[in-house]
Design a protein around this ligand. Structure first.
Ligand SMILES: [Zn+2]
Length: 362
């Protein structure tokens, strides 16, 4: 007996968290909560990063499933995690394997319908040496146009004209990379990697140290949305074709695998990702890491939703916050979470397939 998978997807962070904990409880799995020391949710209540562990403590092979690295993308990842638990992940998992479900790595963004955290920082650009952060000169050149202080139609027209000029000279992929690679100079800009290690980054390291330190073989799937065609799926790896990690990913996930570093992917190459942090935490572990990226709206719509959201939180005057906040929040939510049964069925299918393949490969 299985319910309509669309019903696994939550209405908001709070209900997503409750449903995840309840689904774990139904399977006899306890959830460990890490509370955010400062930030509060949109409902004024505390925010948590929750973990559920299936399988023996000392298992040598493990699967880690992460949701809401990019806050608002957590509708998808949280829905998948809850659905997997409801459909018996704990009962059907191989007995000598460990599965770690990390629910809401960035609970602030999930709760507030933002991609970033409480510091306007992108968790998946946050793993860098902050004394020597990566450079992103194209972003610096276009900062005012990428993340405008004025989003009136006239101002946007001018900003877009400059971005189009760059696109004509350097190509669409170069523009995408300039915008999304990650930048460390403009705290009030999009794709800002932060100025310090975020709470989420610290907690992730903590979860890995506590649960995965002794593991010999680890597969990680980080659930993302916002790139690609509506409902399409891609397993983005940062490993290069022909590397052992890439070959392992291909053997598991077949044609869904695409390397962002090799230009195969819907994603540009990125700085400071979680993917890059793991080998340093787990030297000697055979690691296969991929982001399941599922498509939502057009690149332009997603980008404009991010710019408007950034404007609202970084530049808007109080009267705008009042008048425009709800519209912009819902626009951003829709850009990363098309709340329709059709989309949910499509992305649920991708998630089920890649998790199933990972469990068989472990
Ligand atoms: Zn993402």
């Amino acid at each position: 007996m299985s319910a309509d998978p669309a019903e696994h997807f939550p209405a908001d962070y709070r209900s997503g968290r409750h449903e995840f904990i309840a689904a774990c409880g139904q399977s006899g799995i306890d959830v460990i909560a890490r509370v955010h020391p400062q930030a509060k949710g949109r409902d004024g209540k505390p925010l948590f990063l929750d973990t559920a562990i299936i399988g023996p403590r000392d298992a040598r092979k493990a699967l880690l499933l992460i949701s809401a690295t990019h806050g608002v993308e957590g509708y998808f990842g949280s829905g998948v995690q809850t659905g997997l638990m409801r459909e018996g992940l704990a009962r059907h998992a191989p007995k000598d394997r460990k599965i770690v479900l990390l629910h809401a790595l960035n609970p602030y963004g999930f709760s507030w319908d933002r991609r970033v955290n409480e510091d306007n920082a992108d968790i998946n650009r946050n793993f860098v040496d902050f004394a020597h952060p990566p450079q992103n000169e194209p972003y610096e050149m276009l900062a005012a146009e990428i993340s405008p202080r004025d989003i009136s139609p006239d101002a946007m027209k001018k900003a877009n004209a400059k971005l189009t000029e760059f696109l004509k000279q350097r190509g669409a992929f170069a523009l995408q990379e300039a915008i999304s690679r990650g930048q460390y100079k403009f705290p009030d800009g999009v794709y800002y990697g932060g100025s310090r290690e975020s709470w989420s980054a610290r907690m992730l390291k903590d979860v890995v140290g506590e649960n995965l330190a002794h593991v010999e073989r680890l597969i990680v799937i980080d659930f993302h949305t916002g790139l690609g065609k509506l409902g399409a799926g891609e397993m983005i790896t940062e490993d290069l074709p022909a590397s052992p990690a890439y070959e392992r990913a291909r053997a598991m996930w077949g044609n869904l695998v695409a390397s962002s570093e090799a230009g195969e992917s819907v994603s540009a190459p990125l700085s400071g990702t979680i993917d890059k942090a793991f080998p340093g935490w787990l030297p000697g572990t055979e690691l296969t890491f991929a982001a399941l990226e599922v498509g939502t709206r057009s690149t332009r719509d997603v980008f404009n939703a991010l710019r408007r959201d950034n404007w609202l939180h970084c530049f808007a005057e109080a009267r705008h916050r009042h008048a425009d906040a709800q519209v912009i929040r819902l626009e951003l939510r829709d850009a990363f979470y098309p709340d329709t049964p059709e989309w949910k069925h499509m992305v649920w299918k991708h998630a089920g397939e890649v998790v199933g393949a990972a469990l068989r490969a472990l």
